[in-house]
Design a protein around this ligand. Structure first.
Ligand SMILES: Cc1ncc(C[n+]2csc(CCOP(=O)(O)OP(=O)(O)O)c2C)c(N)n1
Length: 615
């Protein structure tokens, strides 16, 4: 029988000795590989944090203390240790457990995460609240070196360091973001990685640590002797120390015993502490260790070969990569910007081909937008490829730096619409809303591969203003409709009809075509209009077709307020039927399941329109 079979709560590991914990770590790795091979999920980050999580669960009381997992994609072992082991077959599936921490799933998930670099702020908030309420809880942030490239982390460190609020930040440094980590701090951490010895449990240090008192007046003396002791064997890190955080490390993140010693000491310090832990992303699974980026987030795969199944179809991200490369070959003003997502956004070929014209700025969407604005102001054509949900970070910069100065920044917005298994934090269903009211912006959405080519070329070469092209995750289909040249603010009529007008934006066109076909069989004739532009909206065409029909409907993979439905409603003095995602968080499930659940599939669209024509 495995040790893991008897682990159903964090309490169950409290009495395990180091040997058993190491055996358990091996069993958890096997469990992760087997389960994620069946469901897909974040593998390499989780393989890297097994021992770290075990040490945290040994040293802290997860039912009382607050552990905040940055991004949260590495929280699987924590989930296994907190009663959710049996639920892994439903990981990231509709109705199943989330791939990220969820307070509604377990009271041991202190705080919901998904977007990077929030953990130190949240842990600091927990620490301050605990002090105000007179409680004695520890607050811990677990943040990767990738997530530490996000500006918000420094805002929190700056705050924590100045207040001297007790807080433990675990810096899980594996040298990787999704791709190789970038930036000055990353170089500095790398230097430590290459030059330093790990903290080693030498007997004399052990003695100092053992003598460090937990309570009373002696704390200060104890802490100082502890710090002196520990600094004899560990690297000093002035960056963090100067910002007011005590630095401890580096510690071997796969050595449970040493991590427990250091974490216990960090607890005693009663001030902001950063514990620098070195881990190997993908640890223990050859394929993931060799290619941690490939296994960062992976679909189902064969655990014996590490290969995913099925033939890979051209995605919108791939197509973006191809088109932007060919445009850049002809126009040397084009520069590419990514916020730590060169592979996910399809930017890798561009990055390799145009090394001097490509910038991975780290997980720094705000900086990426302002940086792009200045490039545009200098006459270059910056193309920032970014996932819809992560661009939320750069809203003010889009408005303040790019739009108000009327600069030609191209936003290539990937993962727009529902994203599926990553769930509510990653849904790209807000971009039409958070962009539509910004002045000077043009917003386009392709409904097919042909349209994507035309729109990217238009955005880069013909447009002179801030421009967003938003497209979804998944296959870029070639559709059989005529794609005339893009004209600013002009949509295209796909089919004419006399009973209803359905206006769609982006790839929702496929569902709308299906709806129109179903309705045609029922004798209902629909005009289908592909808006192409949300802004400027093709008001004239829409109003003139609307004059002759009984029902006007809009279909978009965006939330209810502020998108196509709102824009079309504003130009009509009649009721418009809106097909949107509802105004509430949208959980994880496949895109197909979500469309069906929220009435955005062809059949549901047809049914509602038919009903309204009958009434
Ligand atoms: C604001 C934001 N931008 C981008 C991402 C996408 N993302 C998820 S994990 C990750 C890399 C995180 O690296 P690190 O913190 O070092 O964790 P590791 O996976 O290496 O353990 C990125 C870029 C995100 N979650 N949030």
């Amino acid at each position: 029988m495995r040790i893991l079979d008897n682990i159903n709560s964090s309490e169950d590991i409290k009495d395990l000795d180091i040997y058993s914990l190491n055996v358990l770590a091996g069993e958890i790795r096997e469990f992760l590989i087997n389960n994620i091979s069946l469901t897909g999920g974040h593998l390499s980050s989780n393989l890297g944090t097994v021992e770290l999580t075990l040490a945290l669960h040994k040293v802290f009381d997860v039912y009382k203390d607050k552990i905040v997992w940055d991004v949260g994609h590495q929280s699987y072992t924590h989930k296994i240790l907190t009663g959710r082991k049996e639920k892994f077959s439903g990981l990231r599936k509709k109705g199943g457990i989330s791939g990220f921490p969820k307070t509604e799933e377990s009271n041991t998930d202190a705080f919901n995460t998904g977007h990077s670099s929030t953990s130190i702020s949240a842990a600091l908030g927990f620490s301050v609240a605990s002090a105000i309420k007179g409680e004695n809880n520890y607050a811990v942030a677990v943040i990767g070196d990738g997530a530490l490239t996000g500006g918000m982390a420094y805002e929190a460190i700056n705050h924590a360091g100045s207040r001297k609020t007790p807080l433990i930040v675990i810096l899980n440094d594996n040298g990787m973001s999704i791709s190789k980590n970038v930036g000055g701090l990353s170089k500095h951490l790398n230097k430590i990685r290459n030059n330093s010895n790990y903290f080693i449990l030498k007997d004399d240090i052990k003695k100092i640590l053992d003598k460090t008192p937990l309570i009373g007046k002696a704390i200060k003396r104890g802490v100082q002797s502890f710090k002196r002791g520990i600094k004899n064997v560990v690297f000093q890190n002035e960056i963090f120390e100067n910002m007011g955080m005590t630095y401890m490390g580096p510690v071997d993140g796969h050595n449970i015993e040493e991590m427990m010693v250091v974490l216990n000491q960090a607890k005693k310090l009663n001030e902001p502490v950063i514990v620098h832990v070195h881990t190997v992303k993908g640890k223990g699974y050859e394929f993931a260790e060799k290619n941690p980026d490939v296994f960062h987030g992976i679909d189902k795969f064969d655990p014996n070969t590490g290969k995913t199944f099925g033939e890979k179809k051209q995605s919108y991200s791939d197509l973006f990569g191809d088109v932007i490369c060919s445009l850049a070959e002809k126009n040397d003003k084009i520069v590419g910007i990514s916020a730590a997502m060169p592979s996910g956004t399809g930017f890798l070929n561009f990055a390799n081909k145009f090394k001097d014209r490509f910038f991975d700025v780290g997980i720094a969407e705000q900086h990426a937008v302002t940086f792009s604005a200045a490039l545009a102001s200098s006459g270059l054509i910056p193309v920032f490829a970014v996932y819809s949900s992560f661009l939320q970070r750069g809203y003010d910069q889009v408005l303040h730096d790019a739009a108000l100065q009327n600069l030609h920044v191209v936003l290539a917005i990937d993962r727009a619409g529902a994203v599926g298994s990553d769930g509510e934090t990653h849904q790209g269903i807000y971009d039409l809303s958070y962009l539509s009211h910004i002045p000077n912006i043009q917003i386009l959405a392709p409904s097919s591969a042909q349209e994507m080519r035309l729109m990217l070329s238009y955005a880069v070469n013909d447009c002179n203003s801030l421009v967003a092209v938003r497209y979804p995750r998944g296959e870029a289909e070639e559709l059989d409709f005529e794609s005339p040249a893009i004209e600013c603010g002009k949509g295209r009529l796909i089919t004419d009809g006399s009973d209803a007008l359905i206006i769609s934006i982006g790839t929702m066109l496929s569902e709308v075509i299906e709806a129109a076909e179903i309705l045609k069989e029922k004798g209902i004739s629909c005009a289908v209009f592909d808006a192409r532009f949300l802004k400027p909206l093709d008001k004239d065409s829409i109003l003139s077709i609307a004059e002759n029909v009984k029902v006007v409907a809009t279909v978009e993979d965006n939330t209810e307020h502020g998108g196509l439905f709102g824009m079309v409603s504003e130009i009509m003095d009649r009721r418009v039927m809106g097909f949107t995602y509802p105004d509430k968080p949208i959980h994880h499930a496949s895109v197909k399941e979500l469309r069906e659940e929220f009435g955005l599939d062809g059949e549901s669209i047809a049914k509602r329109i038919a009903n309204s024509l009958q009434n």
